[in-house]
Design a binder for this molecule. Structure first.
Ligand code: HEC
Length: 152
């Protein structure tokens, strides 16, 4: 969500606004019913999210694993990283590692909203494995990963 104003909020207004936004109840995540276990596909996807080895057995450097930049519980390390998503009109190449909570509900993705679906973050905008290692994945593995992400 973007909120734009010409006049900045006072700190008190910002606190009130924050409190108000946090008080809006969120719809339940239909990909993960409260108190229910992950499905088989979601569980496989979690393993892909946490994987430390590629399909050919070679190691994935720690700094390029999903769970390094997007660690639970908020699924962000709170730092900025260059994941190869600088586009023509960007002034810099490093961006905040976003949290992944309710990610199923916040398309479009990436800082400029260029990816309309979760899949495209990797099938279109990660050609050189700079945003996690995803190019060795089978279609089924990517599908499982997406299934898991939607539960967060
Ligand atoms: C080196 C740190 C790093 C690694 C490794 C990493 N990410 Fe990210 N991730 C980021 C950054 C930074 C962005 C924001 C990029 C942008 O906005 O252009 C991002 C964006 C995303 C987004 C889009 C969020 C949104 O709201 O637009 C998702 C989903 C995501 N990452 C999931 C993953 C998954 C799954 C993996 C593993 C395959 C992964 N990331 C690996 C740092 C990382």
């Amino acid at each position: 969500m973007f909120i734009t104003r010409i006049h900045p909020f006072t700190p008190e207004q910002l606190t009130d606004l924050h409190d108000y936004i946090c008080s809006i109840p969120r719809p339940p995540n239909r990909y993960r019913k409260l108190g229910e276990d992950l499905t088989e596909a979601q569980r496989r996807g979690q393993a892909v999210f946490e994987r430390a080895y590629k399909n050919d057995g070679s190691p994935i450097p720690r700094e390029n694993r999903c769970s390094t930049c997007h660690p639970a519980p908020l699924y962000t390390d709170g730092l900025i990283h260059d994941v190869g998503t600088k586009f023509a009109y960007d002034h810099h190449s490093k961006f905040d590692a976003p949290h992944l909570l309710n990610i199923y509900d916040s398309a479009p993705y990436l800082h400029n909203g260029i990816a309309p679906t979760l899949e495209e973050i990797w099938t279109v905008y990660n050609p050189h494995d700079t945003h996690g290692v995803t190019n060795d994945m089978t279609k089924d593995q990517l599908n499982d990963l997406i299934e898991f992400l939607k539960t967060l």
